[in-house]
Every structure is written in structure tokens, then in C-alpha cells.
Design a protein. Sequence first.
Length: 104
Amino acid sequence: MIDLFLQAADEAALAAAFPMLRGVGHDGVAVWTAGPHHAVDAGVPIVTRPAVLDAGGAVTTPAVLDPRFSLNLRLDPAHPAVDVIVAAARPFAVDPLHPRRVFA
């Protein structure tokens, strides 16, 4: 499997780069889809600085979230468009290349 952690300024940038990973939901709105050769975990908030809690568990300093749109992609090397997808991912790949949230 190929695991990619991708980020862009907004969802539209990734949607434009990966139309093959999109479908239409039951309400007619475009959505990220999974398929037999890929899994997508989209829009997961990434914490760049955890919240600070006091001794009672109250938040004293809120967490800081990365404002970019994140997409974790697990890609089967046998995917019919693997070369196209990997090439499209290069500008959005985050170092380290491993996703922040892994698939079970």
C-alpha cells in the first residue's frame, strides 16, 4: 500500500487535482469516495499544538489547528491510475509522507 498525507490551502485545490477520487453523494454534492483500490480520509483537523489543560481538566490554552485542508490517501499499487495519482500528489505531499492518522 502507498500511504500519502496531503495538504492544500483548501479543499478545492485537492478536489481539482484528484477528480478520480471524487464522486457524487446522494444529495448531488461532490464528495470524496473510497473504492476497491483506494481509501480516503478527508478534512481531518491536524493539531499543530495541543491544548493545555489545568489540573481540573479545563482548557487554559486552546489547541492550534493547521488551517490547511488535509487528505490521507491509502492507495493500492494496483490502482488503475496509480501513476497519475502519485504524480498529482507530489505538490501536496507533506514531509514526512506518512499520514498523521493511519488507517486500521
